[in-house]
Design a protein around this ligand. Structure first.
Ligand code: BG6
Length: 484
């Protein structure tokens, strides 16, 4: 059972709250983890009645949860759920929040900001003025936090003048995924991989987060943001950190975050012409995804007609440390790609002196593929002897399907992270210095694209991105895993 809490969801009518946060809280309710006293408030500008909000939320949860939705459980859950009309900019609106929270100072308060990050400072200030920030309060900041180092710094400073760093939960939902935790388990729960996890034994690492989805209902946001800020600055860099970090001394939040920070700080900056050579921007054209024709990016709702926002990024990152010098990390993400796949691929070196006949496709071997989505699996491909005469080798796989092995539904990332905020566990949240280091590496890439007027290259929806992405990795003599 979690301690009792009041959770205030700003941006309460938005996509994230209705499609992710409320279903996550509903699931924890069904699991019996919420005390009777715990309450949830959707907060937004629209003039909705409580019943309207509940029915909007019900609709979204039914759709999201499918067969898991249960009308009786929902009725009980809905008694916790209320709506407050607040215009983030209007200090006088916050009186309604103060009234709801009066007398509940001993209960944990979670303020979840699921709005554009340029409102975070205003909301924090208005909450403080309304006198509702207590020592037991926590604030959750949704990504992307800011649009560059400078704007992130201003927001962090403003929020930090009201909440202590130990009260600030900068969320990156990838860190809450079961599969990402499993990656930590694989690396730091087994001694086996550690001696192999370095230059000289690993040739290169690939991190792919591919989506079939387009921009959905988030055209405005996405067109202002683009794939580099939406995905690389946070999710992909966090995956890179977990792959590349040194073993932390303990699982304490700061022990883990210190090690991740060292990776971010050791990333070699991409500057000037490097940006043209080591990054690829793409934008999708109409095509076919999952057998269905889909529109091109420029024809999606709320996208500027001549938009040059990227929906795809591939890049080569290098980490200047003893462990990783000379080992490229190729990162790739995009919308409307061929299939939804999140995977990390580690390619190990071949034997230094082959004594057997070379297999016809040696590049398919010596691979560790850690698949995070849609299914969770770990596959090690090694060379084995082909049965029969002679010593002919062939790649075969040792495959572990984690879903099959454990046969239980794993927690959704937001279920875990919302519980962690209530429990006060910061391990899976980004510290201010981590965020700062991530932006410091991203900013020069954006500056380089601007300096050289680097427009996105087109790719067909349903493909694996622009041809330049294959060329980027091909120049170093490698291929993307799906192209092997
Ligand atoms: C979000 C991005 O952070 O992550 C979205 O803003 C993206 O654009 C989403 O679709 C992907 O998350 P997941 O959990 O579906 O891989």
């Amino acid at each position: 059972m979690l301690p009792s809490f009041d959770m205030l969801l700003f941006g309460g009518t938005g996509d994230l709250v209705t499609r992710k946060l409320l279903p996550a809280l509903y699931r924890r309710h069904v699991a019996g983890q919420l005390t009777d006293e715990s309450r949830i408030f959707g907060i937004a500008r629209s003039g909705l009645e409580r019943a309207d909000y509940q029915s909007q939320a019900e609709h979204a949860c039914r759709e999201f949860l499918g067969a898991e939705f249960d009308a009786d459980h929902w009725r009980a859950f809905a008694t916790r759920l209320d709506y407050v009309r607040v215009d983030a900019d209007r200090p006088q609106d916050y009186g309604a929040i103060a009234a709801l929270l009066a007398g509940r100072e001993a209960v944990i308060r979670v303020f979840f900001f699921s709005t554009a990050s340029n409102l975070f400072a205003t909301i924090s200030g208005n909450l403080a003025r309304a006198g509702v920030v207590t020592p037991l309060s926590r604030v959750v900041l949704e990504k992307p936090l800011g649009t560059d180092v400078a704007s992130a710094d201003l927001i962090n400073h403003a929020v930090g003048s009201i909440f202590a760093e130990s009260q600030i939960y900068r969320i990156d939902h990838y860190l809450g995924k079961e599969a990402v935790q499993n990656l930590m388990a694989l690396r730091f729960g087994n001694a086996l991989f550690e001696p192999l996890w370095r230059r000289g034994l690993i040739k290169h690492v690939q991190i792919t987060v591919a989506e079939e989805l387009g921009v959905e209902r988030r055209g405005h946001f996405y067109d202002d943001t683009g794939a580099l800020r939406d995905m690389v600055q946070n999710h992909l860099l966090q995956l890179l950190c977990i792959m590349a970090m040194e073993p932390p001394a303990s699982s304490d939040p700061d022990a883990v975050r210190d090690e991740k920070l060292k990776v971010l700080r050791a990333l070699r900056p991409l500057r000037d012409r490097d940006v043209l050579v080591k990054t690829v921007r793409g934008q999708y054209k109409a095509g076919v995804v999952g057998g269905q024709p889909v529109a091109g990016y420029l024809d999606e709702a709320d996208i500027a007609p001549e938009s040059t926002t990227e929906t795809f990024v591939a890049l080569k990152a290098e980490i200047d440390t003893w462990r990783w010098a000379g080992v490229p990390f190729y990162l790739r993400t995009g919308k409307r790609l061929q299939s939804r796949t999140t995977e990390l691929v580690v390619t190990f070196d071949e034997v230094p002196h082959p004594i057997f006949e070379r297999p016809p496709a040696p590049e398919g071997a010596n691979l560790l593929v850690i698949r995070l989505q849609p299914e969770e699996s770990i596959t090690l491909t090694i060379l084995a002897k082909n049965p029969g005469e002679g010593m002919r080798l062939k790649p075969v796989s040792l495959a572990l399907d984690l879903g099959e092995t454990f046969k239980t539904r794993s927690l959704d990332a937001y279920e875990r992270l919302l519980m962690d905020t209530v429990k006060g566990n910061l391990t899976l949240f980004m510290r201010r210095d981590e965020l700062d280091a991530a932006w410091r590496w991203i900013d020069p890439i954006i500056a380089g694209w601007r300096q050289f007027d680097e427009r996105p290259k087109s790719y067909l929806a349903g493909s694996w991105g622009p041809a330049a992405s294959s060329a980027l990795i091909g120049r170093d003599g490698f291929e993307w895993h799906d192209e092997i």
